[in-house]
Write a protein that binds this ligand. Structure first.
Ligand code: UDX
Ligand code: UDX
Length: 433
């Protein structure tokens, strides 16, 4: 099939490339000329493990091209996917201006029956809006489809090819058949439902995942007071097949370009329908507090952190990505700097993006050992798996004080204490009464 993917961000570029990899002819469109120029030269503007090779292979196979012109590439398309940003507006609502701008451009250039597939995360009812926009200008046949993405940054390609489910929200059999043809090579359950249910499945999924994380972070607070170990509690709870072990990792909480905006948007959507989503409001509040709780832990150890030097490992909102949107690591660094601490930073991929926010308020290092040396404590705030492999004995020797705050419960408390660290994590330190 011929697919046009509009938006070559973390979602559009991965989805478009993966569609090419399962045999479709894909054109990825973006208004950002520089981004398209880079992609045409084989330069990938984002860090996503395995994406550069996948783009290269599919460009060479002639199945994947890039362009800034949607109009030129619409003729003959079986489906046009909209994967442009849906950022949070000031009041928390999803800002749909980019989705609607693309819908207007499609409406102005549509000639034959085509699917218009919304992959961006949008409030329930957006499909209907897109339909109305197109019907105003185009009297021919088309169908609007909802097909939300469930990709996690850092494992997006694996998530695409080994999806748990593909959700397809349609109004006609014809649209359903074309979508099932597009996804035929992906072996997983295909949930064919209405446009509205599909739109809500996406928000409900992200909100539930965020809820699991805020839940275990609250349990971590009880562990700290009661002497229980949150990792052991999470393990025991997660063995229940009705609960499952994933997304029960306590730490400094969730960030990223999705959870924060999607939970706020869902709270807004509920409110717009006259429902007060009390649980979700608590999930958001717990997550916000988790960052200050980590800073308070540091302040409790040092009493006064003004003038203290911290070596911070991690800037990205999670491991295996360069994305720093709503990163808890960055939020914590900003809180420490505001209290007069000096911060040295290191990240494997996210430093360039972090510099746009932190500017010269911190010092950046290309090497984790140089970043932490001669500091009063190490803070681990992003779960890069490489941090597990660092020589923590060497790190301990290089510090002014052997103090380590593990904001992602990545390391072993026993091993760190055996090395000689005063080791703090989340939900594992029994706070003195
Ligand atoms: C975003 C949202 O975060 C996600 O919730 C939604 O499901 C898909 O869009 P992401 O890929 O991370 O995901 O967005 P972003 O990285 O901001 O990329 C959006 C791309 O769309 C950018 O490259 C931007 O240049 C492009 N764009 C935006 C267009 O091509 N046309 C527009 O009109 C607006
Ligand atoms: C999420 C959803 O998982 C994905 O399905 C959706 O399409 C987009 O949003 P993403 O935001 O890329 O994906 O990352 P994810 O792996 O879900 O982590 C989100 C945040 O939660 C990160 O800040 C991560 O550090 C944190 N997290 C995750 C925890 O704190 N504990 C956990 O157990 C898991």
């Amino acid at each position: 099939m011929k697919i046009v993917m509009v938006g070559t961000g973390y979602v559009g570029l991965v989805s478009g490339t993966c569609f090419a990899d399962i045999g479709h002819d894909v054109v990825c469109i973006d208004i950002d000329e520089e981004k398209i120029e880079k992609l045409t030269k084989g330069v990938i503007p984002i860090f996503e493990p395995g994406l550069d090779a996948l783009v290269k292979n599919n460009v060479e196979a002639g199945r994947l091209t890039f362009s800034t012109s949607l109009k030129e590439n619409m003729p003959g398309a079986d489906a046009i996917f909209i994967a442009v940003g849906t950022p949070s507006a000031a009041d928390g609502k999803a800002d749909l201006q980019y989705v609607y701008a693309v819908a207007e451009e499609i409406a102005a250039n549509l000639k034959d029956y085509t699917l218009i597939v919304d992959k961006s995360t949008v409030p329930v009812g957006t499909g209907k809006e897109v339909e109305a926009i197109i019907k105003k200008k185009y009297k021919g046949g088309f169908d609007v489809v909802s097909c939300p993405e469930f990709l996690r940054e850092g494992s997006a390609i694996k998530d695409f090819s080994r999806s748990d489910r593909v959700v397809i929200g349609v109004r006609t059999e014809k649209a359903a058949k074309i979508m099932l043809d597009i996804f035929a090579p992906i072996k997983c359950e295909k949930v064919v439902t209405t446009v509205e249910s599909s739109e809500l499945i996406k928000y409900a999924s992200n909100a539930f995942l965020a809820t699991k994380i805020s839940f275990i972070n609250e349990i971590a607070h009880i562990c700290e007071k009661s002497g229980a170990d949150v990792e052991e509690v999470a393990h025991g709870v997660g063995l229940d097949k009705r609960i499952g072990p994933k997304f029960l990792k306590a730490g400094i909480g969730w960030g990223g370009s999705c959870f924060p905006k999607d939970v706020k948007a869902l709270d807004q959507i509920a409110g717009s329908h006259g429902y007060d989503f009390k649980l979700l409001k608590s999930v958001i509040e717990v997550n916000q507090h988790q960052r200050q709780h980590f800073v308070d832990k540091i302040k409790k150890h040092f009493i006064d952190i003004k003038g203290k030097n911290f070596g911070v490992l991690g800037l990205a909102f999670k491991g295996n990505t360069d994305d720093i949107r709503e990163s808890a690591a960055i939020d914590i660094i900003q809180r420490l700097v505001k209290e007069g601490a000096k911060v040295d930073c290191f990240d494997y991929e996210a430093t360039a993006n972090a510099k746009e926010i932190l500017k010269d308020t911190v010092t950046y290092y290309e090497d984790p050992y140089k970043c932490v040396a001669d500091n009063d404590a190490v803070l681990l705030v992003t779960e890069w798996p490489q941090f597990l492999e660092l020589d923590w004995r060497q790190i301990k020797e290089s510090l002014n004080e052997p103090v380590l705050f593990d904001g992602r419960n990545l390391l072993s408390p026993e091993k760190m204490r055996e090395i000689g660290f005063t080791y703090y994590s989340v939900g594992q330190n029994h706070e003195e009464k």
